[in-house]
Design a protein around this ligand. Structure first.
Ligand code: F6P
Length: 550
């Protein structure tokens, strides 16, 4: 990025070199209140970042210089930002009130969105209220959502996050992997007469989803179902209604998707149906409202006070200024345990790109590796690398201030751990401090000298702390929308397209060539490379000798 704003940032970087975070805190008692921002029920404490007011000003200059505010307007207006598929990306329209029209090809899409929400409401009320009956006249006790990627991770994350808001029935289960063990385990213990399947696939061509849907159908038919009663037990969410109908799903039970919603941004569409079935439609609408509140903040706040922009810009600062290759997301909340997985797909499928919008190669790294897991578990696994490893890994900690299950002081312990991690990363411990502490405990000086380098912690490692009063539908909606926009901010600065995913296609295509060869179908002798051909032969030999365990 050869822009004057970027050069100014890089020059400024050298000034920060000798100014560790612990010193920035010592110099400025107001650092925390100044570097705290509220939006849509979330509070971002970004004081533990390697930034000064000057850095933030320069990052805001970069955002303006790269036209970020104009890109945000274009996103919400429904411009065709997905330039390789000639579509807008209008997930924001799915969560906005009806009174503001949004047009695609001259047509206002808001009535179709509202009509779908109303259909979802009727459907969820019917199933949750026990009026939807299965083949034997029983009510539905279990819903199995079959989908993968964006048609799986968003609903799974939200369903788990909203566990305290779930009714006893229906219980929601998710199947994604084409590994037969996934669906086998999901169906174990379920009753075909009281189970409803939701086939979730925008394209209705995804191999994994269709294979699992076929297994589900067979299981249902073997469990007493018939071709006619399939209609009482299968519904679909798709942009390809014909295919869903061919599968045997009744038109009334097919909910629409639109090509202007990307898979990884589709939680807010009817793809969120399993969430609505689990928590009820009013809660689902609260989820949408929370996301909309974040949308409004993103559209209206200046870069200096804009949560997604600040997070996106500071992420760039670490990648390009300090060589960070990854971003950790560590929620201190058991119910948010799937969030890192969802954000991984959201960001890595969006920004894992090597060319700019005009097709020219980028001159720098793009999307970071997104990873993480629930705190505190990670403290006893990978946090060692965060504290003493050679890599700089910026961390987002997420902490609801109150718990749905505060049992026996657990929540204060959880919060103490979260705050301690952020503080330890920031502060570190110098060799002198370590040595002095060991000598004070009675250790001999030469032993303290020997151990000090091993026990010193560099510190100066950046983190954000995102808090909310309570994890509930609205705050969850705001949280997920925050990360969607953070991803968009980085794509806009890099001038890449975050809304396509051509890289995924090659694997699908080659998988389609290998499968018949693995199955030993005739005329599939493709000229595979020696490694692939060798592994195909081994796989086929193993099928001859192998035996299933169950
Ligand atoms: O993994 C690639 C992908 O195309 C995702 O973007 C998408 O969410 C997923 O596959 C599933 O696609 P579909 O909803 O069409 O089954």
């Amino acid at each position: 990025m050869e822009t004057p704003e970027w050069s100014a940032l890089m020059n400024h970087r050298a000034q920060l070199e000798g100014l560790p975070l612990r010193e920035l805190f010592q110099q400025d008692a107001q650092r925390y209140p100044r570097m705290t921002l509220e939006a849509a029920g979330l509070t971002l404490d970004y004081s533990r970042n390697r930034v000064t007011d000057q850095t933030l000003g320069l990052l805001a200059d970069l955002a303006r210089g790269r036209g970020l505010p104009e890109r945000v307007d274009a996103l919400f207006r429904g411009e065709q930002l997905n330039t390789t598929e000639n579509r807008p990306a209008l997930h924001t329209a799915l969560r906005q009130p009806q009174d503001q029209p949004v047009k695609v090809d001259g047509e206002n899409i808001m009535p179709a969105i509202q009509a779908t929400l109303e259909r979802m409401e009727i459907f969820t009320n019917t199933v949750r209220g026990g009026e939807w009956r299965g083949m034997n006249g029983d009510t539905i006790t279990d819903v199995v959502s079959i989908g993968i990627g964006g048609s799986y991770l968003g609903p799974l994350t939200a369903t788990e996050a909203l566990t305290p808001f779930q009714s006893e029935h229906p219980r929601c289960h998710y199947v994604a992997n084409v590994d037969g063990s996934d669906i086998r385990e999901a169906l174990a213990g379920l009753n075909p007469a009281t189970t409803l399947f939701l086939v979730q696939s925008k394209s209705f061509t995804t191999q994994e989803t269709l294979a699992n849907a076929r297994v589900a159908r067979q299981w249902f038919l073997h469990g007493g179902g018939t071709e006619t009663t399939v209609q009482h037990h299968f519904a679909a969410v798709t942009a390809n209604a014909d295919r869903a109908r061919d599968f045997g799903i009744a038109g009334d039970s097919i909910f629409p998707m639109w090509d202007w919603v990307g898979g990884r941004y589709s939680l807010w569409s009817a793809i969120g149906l399993p969430v609505a079935l689990a928590v009820g439609m009013p809660r689902f609408r609260e989820l949408l409202a929370g996301a909309h509140a974040m949308d409004q903040h993103f559209q209206q706040a200046p870069p200096e006070q804009n949560m997604p922009m600040l997070m996106g810009l500071m992420g760039l600062w670490y990648m390009h200024g300090f060589g960070a290759e990854s971003q950790a997301v560590i929620p201190y909340d058991h119910y948010l345990r799937h969030l890192p997985e969802h954000l991984q797909q959201l960001d890595m499928e969006s920004n894992g790109k090597s060319v700019c919008l005009d097709g020219s190669p980028v001159s720098h790294h793009t999307g970071p590796v997104i990873w993480g897991g629930p705190g505190v578990n990670g403290q006893h696994a990978y946090h060692q690398l965060l504290h003493q490893g050679t890599r700089l890994v910026p961390v987002d900690f997420i902490l609801p201030l109150t718990s749905h299950n505060p049992a026996d002081g657990h929540h204060a312990m959880l919060a103490a751990n979260c705050l301690a991690q952020a503080r330890a990363l920031m502060l570190g411990r110098t060799e002198q401090e370590v040595r002095a502490a060991m000598i004070a405990e009675g250790m001999a000086e030469d032993e303290a000298q020997r151990l000090a380098p091993h026990r010193a912690i560099p510190g100066n490692r950046p983190s954000n702390l995102l808090t909310m009063e309570r994890l509930e539908p609205a705050t969850l909606g705001a949280l997920i929308a925050l990360y969607e926009h953070r991803t968009f901010v980085q794509a806009a600065i890099w001038r890449i397209n975050p809304f396509d995913q051509w890289g995924v296609e090659l694997g699908k295509e080659i998988g389609g060539q290998i499968l018949p060869a693995l199955n030993g179908e005739p005329d599939t002798d493709m000229a595979f490379d020696s490694a692939t051909a060798g592994q195909i032969a081994r796989f086929r030999a193993a099928q001859g000798s192998g035996s299933g365990s169950r």
